[in-house]
Design a protein around this ligand. Structure first.
Ligand SMILES: [Zn+2]
Length: 413
């Protein structure tokens, strides 16, 4: 009798195990804004090191140009280059609307007009998979008329642990209600990198260890669910030191040129009132500073293709030499104040060409289908999207720039 019960329990146990394995896959995509590729090696944060050892990591994640927050988050979310998904910069002018897209304008950020492609949460919802987001660029706007089932208006003051406990709340839901495509976003490393520069060991390390403790809590909590969860940790870009003395006054640089100037620091878009002024304007700018170059999209452009949204780039862009940064009069004042307040002569910035390895970010992935203890070469962030599709069992849209072959080797057979 007891043998019968024992074998019954064994049979039940194994059927439960099969049941657990058959649960539908869940993907949690986490962005650590501004997390540079070398922070883990430099500071050895214990929870991230353990996560990396149990999964696959890339030596670096190569962002797309410009290496700014909004274009690159949305590239990760859609598998498309900025010039194809439409967010060609953190801020840019759209003549068809006579509006400047800016991150700080909630009405604009939440207007689906600006967003091309099919973000992974939209693709999930289109295929009957519930998506939920505790912040991600694009998640607040209806794209193709669709938002994640749950999302929040961005508020940088929400503590990381509040965001993390909401994710636990989602995972606790019954199978039929539980979201299976989840995004999370943490801005800490970007904030500290901007304030003090990525070479400031003390400040970077301090912030990294705090974040690592919070991530440790997240990783432990996820383990306790016994669900087939894949966690993909990424960053949008790295960070480079910019000395206060290497700021270039953009108002002085473009003085006397009749144009709309949209400044993003590592590049500025110039929309001339009269396109015929272009040769004269370029000559004037170059005569004023040897530290800037001009990209008019004709050859070796930083953008690979301007044909889809030609009106959003301007007549040309001004690009400072790596390590220099553009600031208008107000920006110069702000840097001056920050320098006094934070007692630093060095800041951190990004947006420069992804050819500079300082701009490179991270890719760490772990899950039931992802190989453990593997390291792969740097790859461009357009290729993450097909992996997310594969993990969720979704067909990859034809329009994307990423290729599924790039990350196929990280999957178990
Ligand atoms: Zn960023």
């Amino acid at each position: 009798m007891s043998r019968f019960i024992l074998s019954l329990l064994v049979a039940l146990g194994s059927s439960f195990q099969i049941f657990a394995q058959e649960k539908e896959p869940i993907v949690i995509l986490i962005s650590l804004d501004g997390f540079r590729y070398d922070y883990v090696e430099r500071f050895q944060p214990e929870n991230l090191l353990r996560f990396i050892a149990e999964g696959t990591s890339a030596e670096a994640l190569i962002p797309s140009f410009p290496t700014k927050t909004f274009p690159n988050h949305y590239t990760i979310a859609t598998g498309m280059l900025p010039e194809h998904h439409g967010l060609v910069d953190n801020s840019f002018y759209e003549p068809f609307k006579d509006q400047v897209y800016t991150m700080g304008n909630r009405d604009i950020v939440q207007d689906g007009y600006w967003y091309g492609g099919t973000p992974i949460w939209v693709l999930a919802e289109e295929n009957g998979i519930k998506a939920a987001s505790y912040f991600f660029v694009g998640s607040e706007a209806p794209v193709k008329g669709i938002r994640p089932s749950e999302y929040y208006d961005y508020d940088g003051d929400v503590p990381n642990l509040t965001r993390i406990s909401k994710v636990f709340g989602w995972l606790q839901l019954p199978d039929t209600e539980r979201p299976r495509m989840i995004t999370l976003y943490f801005s800490d490393m970007d904030n500290v990198g901007h304030a003090y520069g990525p070479s400031n060991d003390e400040k970077i390390k301090q912030q990294l260890y705090t974040l690592d403790r919070e991530l440790g809590a997240l990783f432990e909590g996820i383990k306790s669910f016994d669900l087939p969860i894949s966690v993909i940790l990424v960053s949008d870009h790295g960070m480079a030191d910019v000395e206060k003395t290497k700021l270039i006054n953009l108002d002085q640089l473009t003085e006397g040129i009749d144009a709309r100037v949209v400044n993003n620091g590592a590049l500025a878009h110039i929309h001339l009132k009269n396109p015929e002024d272009k040769p004269k304007a370029i000559e004037l700018i170059q005569s004023r500073s040897p530290q800037v170059s001009i990209d008019d999209f004709s050859q070796n452009s930083n953008y690979t293709d301007t044909s889809k949204y030609p009106q959003r780039f301007g007549d040309f862009i001004i690009i400072p030499e790596f390590g220099y940064y553009l600031a208008d009069n107000r920006g110069m004042m702000r840097y001056q104040n920050n320098s006094a307040r934070l007692k630093t002569e060095v800041f951190g910035e990004h947006g420069f060409s992804p050819k500079n390895h300082e701009m490179h970010g991270i890719f760490y992935a772990k899950g039931p289908r992802i190989k453990a203890g593997e390291q792969i070469k740097p790859f461009q962030n357009i290729h993450i999207y097909p992996l997310l599709c594969e993990l969720l069992g979704l067909d990859i849209p034809a329009e994307i720039d990423g290729r599924k072959e790039v990350l196929a080797p990280i999957l178990k057979d």
